[in-house]
Write a protein that binds this ligand. Sequence first.
Ligand code: ADP
Ligand code: MG
Length: 699
Amino acid sequence: MALNIPEIYGSLVFNDKIMRSKLPKDMYKALKKTIENGTHLELDVANSVAVAMKEWAIENGATHYTHWFQPMTNFTAEKHDSFISPTGDGQVIMDFSGKELVKGEPDASSFPSGGLRATFEARGYTAWDPTSPAFIKDRTLYIPTAFCSYSGEALDKKTPLLRSMDTLNRQAVKVLHLLGNKEIRHVTTTVGPEQEYFLVDKDLYKKRKDLIFCGRTLIGAPAPKGQEMEDHYFGTLKPRVSAYMHDLDEELWKLGIPAKTKHNEVAPAQHELAPVFDTTNVAVDHNQLTMEIMKKVADKHNMVCLLNEKPFEGINGSGKHNNWSMITDTGVNLLDPGKTPAENTQFLVFLVAVIKAVDDYADLLRISVASAGNDHRLGANEAPPAIVSVFLGDELTEVLKAIESDQYFNSHDAVQMDIGAKVLPHFMKDNTDRNRTSPFAFTGNKFEFRMLGSSSSVANPNIILNTAVAEVLRQFAEELKDVPAEQMEKAVHNLLKETISAHKRVIFNGNGYTDEWVQEAEKRGLYNLVSTPDALPHMIAEKNEKLLTEHKIFTKAELYSRYEIKLENYVKTLHIESCTMAEMIRKELLPAVSACMEQTARTASLKKSVVPDISVSSETALLKKLTALEDAMTEKLDKLNEDTKDAESMTDPLEKAKTYQKTVLADMESLRESADAAEVLLPDSMLPYPAYGELLFSI
Ligand code: ADP
Ligand code: MG
C-alpha cells in the first residue's frame, strides 16, 4: 500500500494549519503574534487555544495531556493528567483550561537541581513554549514546556536555550541595523542535528549486563572482522534495518519531524539519521523525540537502539553533528555568502564573529559536549580531537588573510582592498574539501559542530554557541555604534582586520587527528581539555561566568548547580560501569574460566588414563594461560573494587571525578585486557555473553 506522506506528515501535530482552522480568527492572530514576536499570551487567548487543542487531541484519540519538559538529564520528563473532570452526578466531561495549558506543577523533587531547589519547596512549574508545537504520542497530548523553580531559576535545558536565542537575536539585529540593514526585526538560529546510532539484536542485548546497565560494552574481544573493509559506510541496507528505518521515518513524519537522510555509517551495525534543519528550540525538541522514537521502534523490531557514544571498543563510536546558522525574519541566512558587496560584508562580519566566539569560548564549547561517554570518542582517531578549532577551507582562509593584510581577495592579482567594493566568490555549497577531522567546520552556508556525543541533548552546545556569538556581536555593535555612516565601511574593515588578526590561531584546515596538530595547537595556546574532569573546572572560570550571567543565561547559582550536576553525572556513570564490570567478571567470566579449566584438566587426565604416555602439552599450556589470566583478573578485580570504594568515599566533587578518571577508569582498562585475553581462549559454547562478532554482524 502506498504511503501518502504529505497526508501523514505532521498528522499528530497541532500545527499552523490546524490552529488556523480550529481557532477564532482574532485568537489565531494573537497566538501567532506570541509565537513570532514572543509577546505575552493573554489568558483569553490561552483559554481559546486550550479548547481547540483539547478538541483536536480528543478527535485524534488522546485521553490525557502532559507538560513535556527537559530536566538536567539527557532525557525528557512528563507527568500525565487525563482530561476528565467529574461533574458531580457520576458523569465526567473532558476539560482543559488555558491555565492548565500555560502552566503545570509537576512534583519535581527528584530531578537533579544541583542544590538549587530546597526539597521543602520541591515544586517547580512548567510553562508552555508556544514556539514549539504540541503533538500527540501514545494517546496523550504533549505540550512542550520550560521548567523553572518558583523563584524563577531554570531547572531545565529549554529555559537557557530560549534565553540564548533571545540574546543572540537582540545582538544580531543591532549589528544588522548598524550595517544599514534596517528592515530586519528578528534573527533566529537554526539547527540540523545528524544523529548516529547502533542497532543490536534484542535477544543478544538481554544477555549482556554491560549493555543493559551502561549502554556500552565494558569487555569483549574484537571480532575477526571490524570496519577495516569499509564496506558498511553507505552500504546497502539489510532488510531488517531497512524495515526499521521505514517505520522510524513514518513515526517521525507523523510527529512533524522532517527526517530526511538515512544511511549506514562506518562501523558495522552503525547508522545515521539527519532531519531537515529547523529553528533551534524546535530542532532540540525534535532531536529528543527522535532519540526516544528510535528506541521505541527498535523495540518493535526486536532490536535495541544504542545511543551511547562508545558501545564497542575498536570500532567507531557515535556522535552527533550540530549544523548551525542564523536566519533573519526576511529569510536571509547570515552565513550564506551573498551575491552583492553589501551582503558580502554582512556575511564576513557574522563569519568572523563566529570565529572569534569559538576562540574566546572554546573551553565552554568543549564542556558543552563533555560526558563520560563522549570522553571515549574525542581525540580517538575517529572523532574530532578535544581541541576546538575552526575549519574554513582554503578559499575562505585566503579571503580572511587578504582582509588582514589589506589586500583585496583575488586569487590572481591581489590589489588594495576596499571591502564591499567587489563581490566575493560564492563559496560552493558542496564544499569539496570536507575536512571530517575538524570539530567546527564551515560547510558553505553553515557551521557544523561535530564534537557532540550521540546520547546528549543538543541544547547545551547551542546554548553556548548562541551566547558566545551574541557576546561577540555585542562587542562589535559597541565598536560600531557611534561611527558615522560615511565611515562605516572603513570601520567595519578595521574591525574585521583586528578580529582576524587576534583570532586566526583557532583556524586550522589540516588533519586534526595527527600528533603534530596537538603540538601545534599547544603552541598556538589553544585548549586541549582531554577528559571531562579536565574540562569542567573551566565552566566556572571568571570569563565564562561573566558571559553567562551578563547575558542572563544562568544566574551564578544556576551555573554552579549545572557544574555540580555535570560532575555528579560523570561520577555516577563511572560508578555504575565499575560495578557492572565487577559483576560480569566475578559472576560470569571467572566461573566460565573455571569451568573451562576443569574441562581441560579432565580431558588431560582422561587422555592419560587411556594412553598413559600421551602428550597433554596443549591442555597444559591452556591451563597455564587460563590460570595466569584468572589470577590477574582476580587481582585486578580486587584493585578495581578497592579504588572504587576509595573514590566513592571522597566528598569534594571535582577530586572525586578526577579520581574516578585517573584510577577507576585505568583499573577498568587493565582488567579488560585480561578479560578479553581470557575470552579469546574460551570455546564459544562456554562464553557467558554474546561476543562482538555476534553483536555486530547478526542483524
Ligand atoms: P552532511 O554532508 O554533513 O551530511 P548535509 O548537507 O547533508 O551535510 O546537511 C546536514 C544537515 O545540515 C541537515 O540536517 C541540514 O538540514 C542541515 N542544514 C542545512 N542548512 C542549514 C542551516 N542553514 N542551518 C542549520 N542547519 C542546516
Ligand atoms: Mg555532518
